[in-house]
Design a protein around this ligand. Structure first.
Ligand SMILES: [Zn+2]
Ligand SMILES: [Zn+2]
Length: 121
């Protein structure tokens, strides 16, 4: 089984370089990260809770806009491939199966700038 769970991108203005660029979102059960395709600013999230939850349960009201994305993924709980709601905030990230409600909730851990890696194209 592949351990790639979520792999998608969201085009928006980057909090770091302020450019409109693809923000690459990857999540596996033990880690999630969001990286700017332009400047390499990367935010790493670590898992906190995994449980069946109501939509929006893990979405704190914050002052920054939250990205709400939808992607197909294989659920770790009900083992079907179907739509998952992905919510990305500045301090949290969650992935929720629409079928059974199983939610992976990650909290912000650290950030770094992977400039060199991305500039070699
Ligand atoms: Zn950037
Ligand atoms: Zn499920």
């Amino acid at each position: 089984m592949s351990d790639r769970f979520i792999f998608t991108k969201h085009r928006t203005d980057c909090y770091h370089c302020k450019q409109v660029a693809d923000q690459i979102i990857k999540a596996v059960p033990n880690k999630a990260q969001v990286a700017c395709d332009n400047c390499g600013a990367t935010r790493v999230f670590v898992p906190r809770i995994q449980e069946v939850a109501q939509p929006g349960s893990f979405t704190p009201i914050g002052k920054y806009p939250v990205w709400e994305l939808v992607q197909d993924a294989e659920c770790r709980n009900c083992h079907t491939t179907g739509l998952h709601d992905i919510t990305v905030g500045t301090r949290h990230l969650s992935v929720r199966c629409r079928k059974c409600g199983f939610t992976h909730f990650y909290k912000f851990d650290l950030e770094f700038i992977a400039k060199d890696e991305l500039k070699i194209h």
